[in-house]
Design a protein around this ligand. Structure first.
Ligand SMILES: NC(=O)c1ccc[n+]([C@@H]2O[C@H](COP(=O)([O-])OP(=O)(O)OC[C@H]3O[C@@H](n4cnc5c(N)ncnc54)[C@H](O)[C@@H]3O)[C@@H](O)[C@H]2O)c1
Length: 289
């Protein structure tokens, strides 16, 4: 595989499509922005990105990026993959569909997945632009987690510059397997981390409602303690106090189910991914880790 030059971005007017498209538009890649929704096409037009009909351009592209909803990937790939050029690469932005083997497969097409890590909570943000960039892809540096299971190191190296532009600024691209990427997302970062974010918000609301305390006071206490809890737990900046350790143990006993680590069982991963894709069950990937 030589360097990628001619790209199709399908779903270019969606949330990820607009973000990725903004970065690709500032690169040397030749990008075709494909979108089938009239409102989304208007968003493209507002950014001076001309929409192409995917059927007119796909045969010329060496990389097809699918920024479409995960539940649509089975039908979208069934429609588009047969029209792709032999040797081209199909890139999805979330591991669920690749893990569940719902992508339309052709032996002469390469399949990759790349997901942004988002800027770290420990990132040293020095500018207002970095501080404002919570998602990444604008000013705050982030890493990328990517899988290209059947590819050689040379093929991964050829794809990496595209990923660095799409999600830039990027410090590292971490190459993992599709299965490992599925354990990162959803299991680690959605099932656990995003759930805990919503859980903390619910606890904040409950505190305000039960105690009548001013919301600002509760927010100040919570946001500062989120920061120190992460610093102590992940960076060992200082130990938790003895009394805090007792409260942590009580919280685990009261809130966390003893067998919670079953979410890392393969069957549980299959279950949550099937639920996300709205399918009955996943087909185990042949190229599992
Ligand atoms: N939104 C996020 O925060 C986020 C983060 C990381 C990865 N992702 C992944 O990015 C992908 C896209 O998610 P999103 O949130 O941007 O979705 P979205 O719903 O915001 O956008 C999807 C776009 O695809 C378009 N589309 C659907 N079918 C199409 C087709 N056949 N041809 C052309 N366009 C078509 C829709 O009109 C829409 O504009 C998913 O795989 C998702 O898991 C999303």
């Amino acid at each position: 595989m030589t360097d990628y030059q001619n790209l199709a971005l399908v779903g270019a007017g969606g949330k990820m499509g607009m973000r990725i498209g903004a970065n690709l538009a500032n690169s040397d890649y030749r990008v075709h922005y494909c979108e089938n929704n009239p409102d989304a096409r208007e968003r493209l037009a507002a950014e001076d990105r001309e929409a192409s009909d995917v059927h007119d351009v796909i045969a010329d592209c060496d990389l097809v990026i699918l920024a479409v909803p995960d539940v649509a990937l089975s039908s979208v790939t069934a429609e588009l993959v047969p029209k792709m050029r032999s040797g081209a690469t199909l890139l999805t932005l979330d591991p669920a569909a690749a893990y569940a083997n719902v992508l339309h497969v052709r032996d002469d097409i390469r399949y990759a997945v790349a997901h942004p890590c988002h800027p770290s909570v420990f990132l040293d943000r020095r500018t207002d632009a970095e501080a404002a960039d919570a998602f990444g892809g604008v000013a705050a540096t982030q890493s990328v987690a990517a899988a290209f299971d059947a590819a050689s190191e040379t093929e991964k190296a050829a794809l990496e510059p595209v990923l660095r532009v799409m999600y830039g600024p990027v410090d590292n691209v971490h190459w993992v397997t599709v299965t490992q990427l599925a354990y990162l997302e959803p299991t680690l970062v959605e099932t656990v981390t995003c759930m805990l974010g919503t859980f903390m918000k619910e606890a904040l609301d409950e505190t305000v409602e039960r105690t009548g305390i001013q919301r600002e006071a509760a927010e100040a206490m919570l946001y500062g303690h989120i920061q120190i809890a992460l610093a102590v737990a992940f960076k060992s900046t200082n130990p938790f106090s003895d009394a805090c350790m007792i409260a942590i143990d009580y919280g685990r006993e009261a809130i966390i189910k003893p067998d919670w680590k079953q979410i890392f069982d393969r069957n549980e991963l299959d279950k949550v991914i099937a639920r996300m894709l709205k399918i009955d069950h996943v087909q185990r990937p042949e190229r599992s880790a």
